[in-house]
Design a binder for this molecule. Structure first.
Ligand code: FRU
Length: 477
């Protein structure tokens, strides 16, 4: 085995172009020359080269590039700032120079970014539309900002998102209450204005409007019982209903309200609806300006463990949201973005194959990075499912339950069939049932080195009407 040369984080900081104001701290993690090949390194989920990440921030698409900023803390003591990664396909990410660093107003907490196509901000220089970011200056969370309150600030980029300048008249929204935070802005086309949602305190949120990204007026306060942090607010077209648009409001855990917004007030018509039934899904945010009207959500897979790794925490695989009408009302469905296909390696295909109890339909097939797409008729089976990396995805006829890594969701057969899409990476399993109607995103620490795959049925035969298993390439190669 190749020896793992350890380099210090100070060297890494140099590689990343870390600015000195964020790096007054000592080395807190080690980085190896096996970067991105470490045993527990997710191979197609974003994680930072080293250190701690949490919320996705400032998700925005501009000129063919997906920008993902993220709460980053590779140093001690805690001082989150905005790290930055870019991608051309939502799959292959490159971590680049840090974007927004702490100052005397505070460390840099979560927020969002938009493309200011009409230059409402007046920040434009040259040919590019300015990108404007909104973040929370978390006053009092560092020595430098002792005594300062939490306020909402902005920063802008005039070079297509590559470098950022803080607005000189910050804050744009002064302190309101407690640790008010996590501004998420969206362009409101009918009103030709910006709308911003903010987490205030306890379970209170507020909406604001602005014509220029700089002066904000409050529109509405509302309560979302039991919910906190990282709100998102955006319009979505109802699939198959031309001309019908609804507004979706999500909070950190990804639960949603679907309703109407007349430019002044949001009225919930359905919700809260569970966004994800898994164990590790938090701080959700959708991209601004995704092409083709796509609505793509990224979450931090909070709570996962990566023993002995130089990095910690990962994002989920980006998912595309659709708004669909079901007999029970409007619901959001989420599926992995189609760009997952760029990683497809070997394909194993089955059509109308019996899954007999005691047999493994996937005998002889192994893989640790997987994209499984299945349409299964449970028939007489009391249960069926898959095993990968020693973990199980199990559908059970008793209650139509789908379970994985200790979590459960309901997935009832539609026309006698269950559709499943499953992504397996080194430390995560994401299960999408019935076209994304129920999603479970969870992480695990592998207990085995075996990558033998299994497809099983119990209590009677099930039928794989169609089953495709793709092994995947690493996104880091
Ligand atoms: C959510 C959160 C946000 C905050 C950020 C700080 O995980 O607590 O509310 O802005 O993390 O890192």
């Amino acid at each position: 085995m190749k020896s793992q040369a350890i380099i210090t984080l100070a060297v890494l900081a140099g590689c990343l172009g870390a600015a000195s104001s964020a790096s007054g701290a000592k080395e807190s993690a080690n980085v190896t020359d096996q970067l991105y090949s470490e045993k527990l390194r997710p191979q197609f989920h974003f994680s930072a080269k080293a250190g701690w990440i949490n919320d996705p921030n400032g998700l925005v698409f501009y000129k063919g590039v997906w920008h993902m900023f993220f709460q980053y803390n590779p140093f001690t003591p805690p001082a989150p700032f905005w790290g930055h990664a870019i991608s051309k396909d939502l799959v292959h990410w490159k971590q680049i120079e840090h974007a927004i660093l702490p100052d005397a107003m505070g460390t840099i907490f979560s927020g969002s970014a938009v493309v200011d196509w009409k230059n409402t901000s007046g920040f434009k220089k040259g040919d590019d539309a300015p990108l404007v970011a909104f973040y929370t200056a978390a006053g009092g969370t560092s020595d430098e900002s002792k005594g300062a309150p939490f306020t909402q600030c902005s920063a802008y980029s005039t070079d297509a998102g590559m470098t950022w300048t803080k607005y000189e008249k910050n804050p744009v929204i002064p302190h309101i209450k407690g640790a008010n935070r996590d501004p998420k802005a969206v362009w409101h086309e009918p009103g030709q204005k910006w709308v911003l949602i903010l987490y205030i305190d306890e379970d209170w949120f507020a909406l604001f409007e602005s014509k220029d990204t700089k002066i904000w007026t409050k529109l509405q306060d509302f309560q979302f019982p039991g919910h906190t942090e990282c709100p998102d607010f955006f319009p979505m077209k109802v699939e198959g209903e031309p001309g019908v648009t609804k507004w979706v409001l999500t909070t950190a855990i990804g639960d949603a309200h679907i309703g109407s917004f007349d430019g002044k007030r949001f009225v919930s018509e359905a919700g809260p609806l569970t966004g994800d039934f898994g164990a590790n899904y938090y701080a959700v945010q959708t991209f601004s300006d995704a092409p083709g009207g796509r609505r793509i959500q990224v979450a931090w897979m909070r709570g996962a463990e990566y023993p002995d790794m130089p990095f910690t925490q990962q994002m989920n695989f980006p998912t595309e949201m659709t708004l669909r009408r079901f007999p029970e009302g409007l619901r959001i469905c989420r599926l992995p973005v189609r760009e997952i296909e760029t990683l497809h390696d070997k394909e194993h295909k089955f059509k109308n194959k019996a899954i007999n109890p005691g047999e493994n339909l996937l005998a002889g097939i192994s893989g640790g990075l997987l994209h499984i797409q299945a349409e299964i008729e449970p028939g007489k089976a009391s249960a069926f499912g898959f095993r990968a990396l020693g973990e199980e995805v199990r559908w059970s006829a008793d209650g139509n339950t789908l379970s994985c890594l200790g979590k459960t969701a309901i997935a009832a057969p539609e026309n006698g069939r269950i559709r499943l899409e499953i992504l397996v990476d080194r430390t995560s399993i994401e299960v999408f049932a019935n076209g994304g109607r129920a999603v479970m995103s969870s992480c695990f620490v592998p207990k085995t080195d075996s990558s033998q795959l299994e497809c099983f049925a119990e209590g009677g035969a099930a039928k794989a009407v169609s089953l495709k298993v793709h092994t995947l390439k690493s996104a880091w190669r």
